[in-house]
Design a protein around this ligand. Structure first.
Ligand code: PGA
Length: 234
């Protein structure tokens, strides 16, 4: 069965010092895989501390004249195992399109990175009854028969303290699973993200199709993160 995965997305914040401790809960255990996504500057410190580490973003070409960017190939060469693709903050602030994100996912797979594809609808799209349609479009050009992870992160729930209910999340996760090729439905992990915290994690992770979480704000607090990882233990 699917091993739960809890991912800490530190965004443009420093990695909490406690994460580097030898017994920190930011480390993978036998029951729960834990991955940290630090800024590019802290990737090597996390790798040095033997944390399972991913890049927050990667460019699809291996190298070139792209001032300020970092490539999938370079993340892999540094020792990263994972990469986030299509986080809603990248879609919003850098106008990343589904087509570009699909290129990133393909480049990540070619570089032997494990992509975590972030998808999610806005509050308006949900109100208009279009949430599933939006999700389907975001996944349309993705190589879903590959070994990858999907993170369902409704935009209205990210950083707002207003998480989806377990029922809302489970409904969408079951729908997302139904979009996967039959031979990938059992294995592919689908994470929930958007205001996961110590209080709501257990009920969210108990749902059949929720295989862990992508955690932003709450990952900055080691005690809160410890409770979230504990909640993922099946
Ligand atoms: P949040 O962020 O937990 O602060 O809502 C989640 C994310 O953006 O991945």
């Amino acid at each position: 069965m699917r091993t739960p995965l809890v991912a800490a997305n530190f965004k443009m914040h420093a990695v909490p010092m406690a994460a580097f401790d030898s017994n920190s809960t930011y480390r993978t255990s036998t029951d729960v895989e834990v991955v940290v996504f630090p800024t590019a500057l802290e990737v090597s410190a996390c790798l040095h501390a033997q944390l399972v580490t991913g890049g927050q973003w990667g460019y699809h070409e291996a190298e070139g004249a792209r001032t300020g960017d970092i490539s999938m190939a370079q993340l892999a060469k540094a020792g990263c195992h994972y990469v986030l693709c299509g986080h809603s903050e990248r879609r919003e602030h850098y106008h990343e399109t589904d087509e570009l994100i699909a290129e990133q996912v393909i480049a990540a797979l070619e570089a032997k990175l494990h992509p975590v594809i972030c998808i999610g609808e806005t509050a308006e799209q949900r109100k208009a009854g279009r949430a599933q349609q939006v999700i389907e479009k975001q996944l349309k050009n993705m190589p879903l028969s590959s070994n990858l992870t999907i993170a369902y992160e409704p935009i209205w729930a990210i950083g707002t303290g207003d998480s989806a209910t377990p029922a809302q999340a489970e409904e969408m996760h079951a729908f997302i699973r139904s979009l996967l090729p039959a031979d990938r439905q059992g294995e592919t992990r689908i994470l929930y993200g958007g205001s996961v915290n110590a209080e709501n994690a257990r009920a969210l992770f108990a749902a059949e199709n929720i295989d862990g979480g992508l955690v932003g704000s709450a990952a900055l607090d080691p005690e809160e993160f410890r409770a979230i990882v504990a909640a993922a233990q099946k």
